[in-house]
Design a protein around this ligand. Sequence first.
Ligand code: GCU
Length: 336
Amino acid sequence: MFTMKSLPKWSLISTIVVSGLFLTGCSEDSEVAGPVILKTAFNQSEHNPQYKALEDFSQKLEAATEGKYKLEIHPNELLGDQRAALELVQSGAIQLAVVANPLVENFNQNFSVLAMPYIYDNPEHQRQVFTNGMLDALFDSSKGNGFEVLTAYTAGARSMYVKGSPIKTPEDMKGKKIRVMQSDTMIKMLECMGGIGVPMGQGEVYSAIQQGVLDGAENNEITYADLKQYEVAPQFSYTGHVMVADLLVANEDFLNKMDAADQATFRKLAKESTVTEFELFDQALEQAKQTAMKQGATFVEVDITPFQERCIPLQETLLKTPEQKDIFNNIRSLAN
Ligand code: GCU
């Protein structure tokens, strides 16, 4: 069971290593003029559409607040993996981070609905859910743990990729050790797909596959290509089993201390960055696939019906509370 109580070693190291950096960070009381720097942890590269959406958010924020606030984005897990980054946001050492939904779900089980297998029919369905305000109450309920979820970004649909023969059916998954993100739901999801889920941070995946600790992983085409995971797991099967939200989270104290007008601007622009991010993500997908193919990856279409059927019981066990059922029904009500 994943709880945030067990602090990973990496998280401690990153907290110590980067703490010097924060001394010069966000300080509203500082006598030195200039923007308040919002330190932002990001676990992917500068090429990722989310990075570009954050840059755009920063520029708009700076313009709208007459140079008062600006994001300083630290990509590539420089501030630690997503678990560590979330802890840094909680403690106020940094102000913002993008973390995958499963990390927040460790604090608030209602979030698990956002990353249920096959809950969104397609990217447009997910875009509507993330932009029409239906998740505002859920985001609001994240308060009380030192962070608040501001908005959700798409990370596309995740699919399975392995070394050896491609995955075509749930039977092909038997005994296969596949890396998943660090949450119980992700482990259970892998089980329902027919394999064995091994939780770990993203940065370790390449070498774990290379060394045979894993048979493969599951992710979207952009991360697959950007991290060159095709080199170690070239068989990419379009299982499209889950469209996990990524969440932009902010430190609660920092938000509370902002004056009302700045806070309103900040919240509005954060939400609008989701619209930008969806567009950028869509534009980057095909390019990522082409890059991976040129480097030897094979993309295989699979019949997803048997995978979907095997995941129905998991969907049912994940919907325990009335809130979870409401979120589920609201999301499904927007499906075509
Ligand atoms: C996606 C997602 C990230 C996540 C990563 C992972 O790329 O956008 O937020 O960290 O998958 O598998 O860890």
